[in-house]
Design a protein around this ligand. Structure first.
Ligand code: ADP
Ligand code: MG
Length: 239
């Protein structure tokens, strides 16, 4: 299922500090959108407001056409994958995937179906009986993504999920996440400070700087027609 997200004049202040300065943005349903920009530009804050993990100081957030400013995180149909994926060390991979569904009261056979389907999608079926410490970094990151998939969210948000992985694995996981998007067709927003990640993975790139949107477009549009020198420099286009 794919869901649209709209931000209208969205502002975030931490006390006197305005970190998101009136962002207007339309996230297309079913697309892979990447927020890219230097450290401290507000990527995580914007994502956390969409997820409901951070309150909105001003403006409006709509998800699937519904105003969401004050809707609790758990009711937004969103799953978020973080850079630091805290798996439960004493539980098997199966249990790590099942745990959230058990506490939500999902039926045992339904849990089993969803866990196996997610494991299949992420190619971690053979690791289901193992504990996290027996897995590599990439396998653990897949389990973390699996925990989101089993909840069957409408929207996936990723906040620099690969930055703890080594270079080779990062390239491999980019491909994995792109494939996951092709298979599920959900709306996904992926935050990174890495231009290469943005250019290779995105349907649409949103370039942020200092809490403002500099440009929105496809990788090709940004490369060929950067709106300003900052975008050109950041994307690495010749202009
Ligand atoms: P990014 O993810 O792009 O690196 P962040 O969204 O984490 O940027 O941060 C944007 C700005 O907001 C930074 O200046 C950061 O210091 C500030 N900030 C983030 N969270 C808080 C907070 N809880 N309290 C005060 N300032 C914050
Ligand atoms: Mg961040």
């Amino acid at each position: 299922m794919s869901t649209s997200i709209q931000l209208r004049k969205v502002v975030k202040r931490f006390e006197a500090l305005e970190v998101i300065k009136g962002v207007d943005l339309d996230i297309e349903p079913g697309k892979f959108t990447v927020f890219v920009g230097p450290s401290g530009c507000g990527k995580s804050t914007l994502l956390r407001m969409i997820a409901g993990l951070e309150s909105i100081t001003g403006g409006d957030l709509h998800i699937g056409g519904q105003k969401m400013n004050d809707v609790a995180a758990a009711k937004r149909g969103i799953a978020m994958v973080f850079q630091s994926y805290a798996l439960y060390p004493h539980m098997t991979v199966y249990k790590n995937l099942a745990f959230g569904l058990e506490t939500a009261g999902v039926r045992r056979d339904e849990i089993d179906r969803r866990v196996r389907e997610a494991a299949e999608t992420l190619r971690i079926t053979e690791y289901l009986p193992r504990r996290p410490k027996a897995l590599s970094g990439g396998q653990r990151q897949r389990v973390a993504i699996g925990r989101s998939i089993v909840r069957d969210p409408n929207i996936f948000l990723f906040d620099e999920p690969l930055s703890n992985l080594d270079a080779e694995l990062r390239v491999q996981m980019r491909v994995e996440i792109s494939k996951l998007h092709e298979r599920l067709g959900n709306t996904m927003i992926y935050v990174t400070h890495d231009q290469v990640e943005a250019m290779t993975m995105a349907d649409t790139i949103v370039v942020l700087r200092g809490g403002e949107v500099m440009q929105v477009g496809s990788p090709l549009e940004l490369y060929n027609r950067p709106a300003n020198r900052f975008v050109a420099g950041f994307i690495g286009s010749p202009k």
